[in-house]
Design a binder for this molecule. Structure first.
Ligand code: FE2
Length: 385
C-alpha cells in the first residue's frame, strides 16, 4: 500500500485512485433521531459508557427539538427528539423508528466540500451556514446520501467552544465510566435490491472514495440467505463505509429484514474500535448489553488453523474469547477480534459492532457465515426468516 502525502491538508493518502477534492479529517459526530432523547441518553451512558458532553433544548432556547451530545474518546453521538408534532423529525421517526439521520464528517473547508460534492451530483441537504457564538464559528453544510441519511460537513478550525454554537455544556452528576470505545472504525449502510453498485458509484464520483474490498453472494451466504457488500473508503482510510444489498437466498436475508422494518435504506451498524475487546465486552455484558450468540465450539477449536502464523502474536486466550462470544478473523497483515450486539432498538434494524484490529484491515469475512447463522437464529425467533 503506497502512502502519498497530501501537501495541502497534511493528510496521508493510502488509497491510489481516491480523489483529493474532499479531504476528510475523520468522523465528526453521528446524530440519531429518537423518540425520547432523555431516555436514550441514559441508555448510552449506562450501557455503553458514553459521557455527558453538551445539551440543547428548551432551557437553551431551542424550542423545536432537544439534543443530547455524548462522547467517548473520539466518538460523539447526538440524540435528537422533536418537541412538537409539527417537526419534520417526526416523519423520520414514524417511518424508521429510532435511527441514524446524520453521519457528520470533519473537514477543513465545509464550503468547498459542499461545492465539490454538489457539483459532482450530490443533492444538497443544507447550503453552507456559519454558526457563531462567543467561542468562535463553525461552518456546516450537508448532502443527502442513501435513504434518508445525510452527510454533514463540519468545519471547526475557528471554534473553541463546546461542540457547536447553540449548545451548552452538559454537566451531570451521573457519570458511568467509559468502556474503552476509541473511534468509529466503520459505518455500514444497507441499500435496496440492486442498488449497491449505484451507491458505490455515488461514493466514487461524488465523494472521491475508492472501493477497496468486495464480497459477493457466493462469499457471504448461509444455507438460507445471502448478501453482497462493497467497502468504500476515503483516500486516507479514516472513513470507511461498507454498503450492503440483499441477495436471493432460500429465505429472507437480514438485509431484507432491515429494509422491511426500517422501511428503506439506512445505517445498519456502527463499528467502534477498542484496544482491549475482552475488557470492553466484559464491561458491556455486565451493563446489560446483549450480543449475538457464540458460534459452536468447533469455531474456537479451529482458530489456530485460521490464524496460522498470527497465533504467535495473539495475546488473548481462546477460552476468554469463547466465554464472551467474541469472533476472530485474520488476513495477511494480522488478525482482528469482533462482536456484534443485538439490535439496540425494537425494530430489528440498528446494531453496534465492537472491533479490535491487530493488524488486519478486513471486516471479518471469515466470520460472515458464523455471524449470519447467529442472526438467522434471532430472525427465526422473530418469525422474519
Ligand atoms: Fe462491520
Amino acid at each position: 500500500m503506497s502512502v502519498i502525502k497530501n501537501v495541502e491538508y497534511g493528510l496521508e493518502k493510502i488509497f491510489e485512485g481516491a480523489q483529493d477534492f474532499l479531504p476528510l479529517l475523520g468522523t465528526d459526530y453521528i446524530e440519531f433521531y429518537v423518540g425520547n432523547a432523555k431516555q436514550s441518553a441514559h441508555y448510552y451512558k449506562t450501557a455503553f459508557g458514553f459521557q455527558s458532553y453538551a445539551y440543547k433544548g428548551l432551557e437553551t432556547g431551542s424550542k423545536e427539538y432537544t439534543s443530547y451530545v455524548l462522547v467517548q474518546d473520539k466518538i460523539r453521538l447526538v440524540l435528537t427528539t422533536p418537541l412538537n408534532s409539527n417537526s419534520p423529525i417526526n416523519h423520520h421517526l414514524v417511518k424508521h423508528g429510532d435511527g441514524v439521520k446524520v453521519v457528520a464528517l470533519w473537514v477543513e473547508d465545509a464550503t468547498k466540500s459542499w461545492e465539490e460534492t454538489t457539483k459532482r451530483g450530490a443533492k444538497s441537504f443544507m447550503e453552507p451556514i456559519v454558526e457563531k457564538d462567543e467561542f468562535g464559528e463553525v461552518i456546516r453544510s450537508g448532502i443527502h446520501t442513501y435513504g434518508d441519511v445525510v452527510h454533514m460537513f463540519v468545519e471547526r478550525k475557528n471554534y473553541n467552544g463546546h461542540f457547536l454554537p447553540g449548545y451548552e455544556k452538559w454537566e451531570s452528576e451521573y457519570n458511568p465510566t467509559p468502556v474503552g470505545f476509541k473511534f468509529v472504525d466503520h459505518m455500514v449502510g444497507n441499500v435496496g435490491w440492486g442498488e449497491m453498485n449505484q451507491w458505490v458509484n455515488w461514493y466514487e464520483e461524488v465523494m472521491g472514495f475508492v472501493n477497496f474490498l468486495s464480497f459477493d453472494d457466493k462469499q457471504i451466504h448461509t444455507e438460507y440467505s445471502a448478501l453482497m457488500s462493497k467497502v468504500m473508503s476515503n483516500g486516507n482510510g479514516r472513513i470507511k463505509f461498507p454498503i450492503n444489498e440483499p441477495a436471493e437466498g432460500n429465505k429472507r436475508s437480514q438485509i431484507e429484514e432491515y429494509l422491511d422494518f426500517y422501511e428503506g435504506p439506512g445505517v445498519q451498524h456502527i463499528a467502534v474500535a477498542t484496544d482491549d475487546i475482552i475488557t470492553t465486552v466484559k464491561e458491556l455484558r455486565a451493563r446489560g448489553v446483549e450480543f449475538l450468540s457464540a458460534p459452536p465450539t468447533t469455531y474456537y477449536e479451529d482458530i489456530p488453523n485460521r490464524l496460522g502464523a498470527h497465533m504467535e502474536i495473539m495475546k488473548e486466550n481462546i477460552s476468554d474469547l469463547q466465554d464472551l462470544a467474541i469472533l476472530v478473523d485474520a488476513d495477511e497483515e494480522g488478525y482482528l477480534l469482533q462482536i456484534f450486539t443485538k439490535p439496540v432498538v425494537d425494530r430489528p434494524t440498528l446494531f453496534f459492532e465492537i472491533i479490535q484490529r491487530m493488524g488486519a484491515k478486513g471486516f471479518g469475512a471469515g466470520n460472515f457465515k458464523a455471524l449470519f447463522e447467529s442472526i438467522e437464529r434471532e430472525q427465526e425467533k422473530r418469525g422474519t426468516l
